[in-house]
Structure formats: C-alpha cells, structure tokens
Design a protein around this ligand. Structure first.
Ligand code: SF4
Length: 385
C-alpha cells in the first residue's frame, strides 16, 4: 500500500522566520523565535499590538515553541520587523535566524542551568564559524528537573540525566555526560560531526537519518531517563500552563495574558504564565486538563494554507468529544502541526482522508478515500485497530 502522500506536498526544506516569512493562504506567516523561550510582558503586549496592526490578529504557537503572526502583507512586513527589532526579537540576518533553532523547557527555574545554556547556545550558533546546518536542524535544552521534550522534532538535546547533564542525538537511547561548562562546546562538536559524516545533502538532513547509517562517536554510554508524558493545562511550580484550541489565539488574548506576567512558550502549543497561582479567567483559553480539544491537533488546513486538500479544524473539532487518544488532522502529507507520529492521523488527499495509525501524516494508511461524513457519522475512527 502506498503512503498517504499520493499528492506529494511541496517540501520547502526551511521553516518560516521573521526575516524570511512564508506565504500562506491568508497572507505571510511571520515566525518569531523568543530568546530562551520566554517573552517579557512588554514584549508580549507589543507583539499583540503588532499582530493587529500588521497582521490579521491571529497568533499561532508552533510545535517548536515559536510564535507566529498570520495575515501579514508585503506592505506591512517592514514595519513589523522594525517593531520586533526594537524588542530584541530579530536576528542579524535570515541565516542567523534559521540557525537559532532552539527549544527550551518551560519548567526551568533560576537554580538550574537552562537559561544560561540557552543564552550560550544562541551565542555559539551566531558566530562566524558556527556549523552550517540545514534549516530544520534543531537543538533542545531540556535541563529542568525532569526531561519532557523528547517528542520535539529536533536533532541535538542537552537534557537532565540520572547524574547530571547529558548530550543526546535524536532518539538514540544512550547519551554522553557533559557539564555546564562543556555542554555547549560538546553540542556544537556533535553538530560538526553530523556535517562531516555526510548528514547534509543538498542543504537538507536530519540526525535521525544519519544515525541509521553511522554509529555515534565515542562517549555515548549513559541511558537517557524515561520519557515523561507531556503536561496538561493547570498549575506547576513555575506558574500556570494554559492551552488554546489548535494552539491559536487572538491578539487580544495575548495582550490580556501579558498583563498577568512573563510568558514561557512551550512546544505543546501552551503558554506558561510565570508565577501565576490561579487559573486565569480569560476567554479563549483551555484551562481544564480534561478538555476534549486537547486530544486533537490540526494544522491551518484549507482555506488558510495553499497546500491543503481539505479543511481540518472543523472536522477535528467535531471528532474531539468521541476520542480516547490523540488525533492529528493534517491538510496534506507534510504534517506541519505534528511532524512526529500520533496514535491516529487523518491526512487529507485529493481523494478524501487517509487514516493512519501510530504514524506520521505521510505514513502508510489503513484506510483511504474517507469523507468527513464517513468520519463523523460512523465509528470508523475508533473501531479501526
Ligand atoms: S500540513 Fe497543513 S499547514 Fe502544512 S502544508 Fe499541509 S495543509 Fe498546509
């Protein structure tokens, strides 16, 4: 059986940034990479104002813990960049921006090394001799009390291990012990090793693919800690975690959240409001850990994305109450909203939806040619083993 991508999506090989926005069905998508995965209240408030002034007021949270402004125009883009530059959210150029692909755990506190490591990693990736990595190559700093970011689509991890910091590559189960002092040079050396071993072909390549052809260098001997389930909305030691339907909010919501404190961006399309002890009473938030909308992930889909074969979010919304496991609805085989495997995936094709179990949006389908009515009016989804 062929994969779900019988209509191969256009693979850009790069992710949109602020300086290099991507055209979508509703205008330019401008992706902001908050430094250290954190926005101060002033930054968040200003982003909300600019999303209304220069975009269509819709703000997405991405699976790489970035903030995306939608509906920006060619005419409004320069003023938006100037505004973001004044907030220290813009890099020197598009190449530097693309390299600064770092996801940071939101559960850090002042006593751990996380923010220092994030700042030093940012610095290391901005130097002239930084490794020339592919656009989608990414780093994770998962160095709070327990590692939680194993599911992020990335390539090199610094994470908490049983006896201190570890350096790890993709989903390899063994890691290399490092210290706060050696962690960044070791991570950069591993990125150089990736390039030397032929990890990059025509400007693309990922660590997981290279590890199928090459063993890691010496020193990767320590088992990584077990994966911890992603968190749900609610309180944590660092503040309140709040979610959003499909990780999208109105600019007014971001402005209201900014009044509550600094915001940490998570790869689970949630925000952590620093030091807040009570669930905020703001419309447009998911604060209940049992909310069925937390069981569905869906990309922009039609009409917002030019590559989509169907609308995704109305279908995901109608299926959510019946689900007992996570469902990813993707407008095409690219799977932007959830690049890794999900228990259930529906991928839109020109011939209906393909149903995939325990795979990605481009995985091998169990069923093809399903209509939205097939899915909402029958039990195909929950009965397919
Ligand atoms: S996965 Fe969704 S958002 Fe990504 S290109 Fe396909 S339709 Fe567009």
């Amino acid at each position: 059986m062929s994969g779900a991508n019988n209509q191969t999506p256009i693979i850009q090989g790069w992710c949109p940034g602020a300086l290099r926005p991507m055209q979508s069905g509703d205008g330019l998508v401008v992706r902001i990479r908050p430094r250290g995965g954190r926005l101060t209240p002033d930054q968040a408030r200003a982003i909300a104002t600019m999303a209304m002034a220069h975009g269509n007021g819709l703000i997405d949270l991405s699976s790489r813990a970035n903030v995306q402004l939608r509906g920006v125009t060619e005419a409004s883009h320069p003023a938006l960049i100037e505004g973001l530059r004044a907030l220290d959210l813009i890099d020197a150029n598009a190449e530097a921006e693309a390299r600064r692909n770092i996801v940071v755990t939101p559960f850090w506190d002042a006593s751990d090394a996380t923010q220092d490591l994030a700042a030093r990693m940012t610095q290391a990736l901005s130097t002239a001799n930084a490794p020339a990595l592919p656009g989608k190559f990414g780093f994770v700093i998962d160095t709070a009390s327990v590692p939680m970011l194993r599911e992020v689509s990335a390539d090199i991890w610094l994470e908490t291990g049983p006896d201190g910091l570890l350096l790890a590559a993709a989903d390899h189960p063994l890691a290399k012990p490092v210290t706060a002092a050696t962690a960044i040079p070791e991570a950069v050396a591993l990125a150089h090793w990736f390039i030397i071993k032929g990890g990059v072909t025509e400007g693309r390549g990922r660590m997981a693919a290279l590890l199928k052809r090459h063993a890691l260098p010496e020193g990767f001997t320590v088992p990584r800690l077990p994966v911890v389930a992603p968190p749900r909305p609610g309180p944590s030691a660092q503040g309140q975690l709040v979610g959003f339907e499909f990780g999208q909010m109105q600019a007014e919501t971001l402005a209201a959240l900014a009044d509550l404190g600094a915001l940490r961006i998570t790869p689970w399309r949630m925000l952590l409001i620093e030091a807040l002890t009570e669930a905020p009473q703001i419309s447009g938030l998911i604060t209940d850990a049992a909310d069925p909308m937390l069981r569905v992930i869906a990309c922009t889909g039609a009409p917002g994305c030019l590559q989509a074969h169907a609308a995704t979010r109305p279908l995901a919304r109608s299926l959510a109450p019946r689900l007992t496991e996570t469902l990813h609805v993707s407008g095409c085989a690219k799977g932007c909203a959830h690049p890794t495997a999900a228990p259930l995936t529906l991928t839109a094709t020109s011939e209906g939806f393909a149903l995939i179990r325990n795979g990605t949006a481009s995985g091998t389908p169990l069923r093809v040619g399903l209509s939205a009515a097939d899915l909402t009016e029958t039990n195909i989804l929950t009965e397919t083993p």
